[in-house]
Design a protein. Structure first.
Length: 102
């Protein structure tokens, strides 16, 4: 068995819940939309295809899990999707290629 090198960082990770999972996908989409700096590089760059993919994953989760979510989880997922869709259209336009729409 290989040695685990996670060290102290392992103790600071949040509990794995549905909410932390969707928040991590939403955070990735915000980085991909250039809304927040990439935590590894510190740069803000728009990647429309990656952002659309992250939003699509959240939409799929919404479709597949809505019946089993509690009210707080449902509201969180729906509000994240709304915010990300709006930011995507503002940044990337409806074409998704990063060029402004007319």
């Amino acid at each position: 068995m290989s040695q685990n090198n996670d060290g102290p960082a392992r103790d600071t990770l949040p509990e794995v819940t549905f909410s932390t999972f969707v928040m991590s996908l939403a955070s990735a989409a915000l980085v991909q939309l250039g809304e927040v700096p990439n935590p590894e590089t510190g740069t803000q760059v728009v990647h429309p295809r990656l952002a659309r993919h992250s939003i699509d994953m959240l939409e799929m989760l919404h479709r597949k899990t809505t019946q089993g979510l509690d009210e707080q989880e449902r509201r969180l997922l729906e509000s994240l999707l709304y915010e990300l869709r709006m930011k995507y259209v503002m940044k990337c336009g409806s074409t998704g290629d990063g060029t402004p729409t007319a």
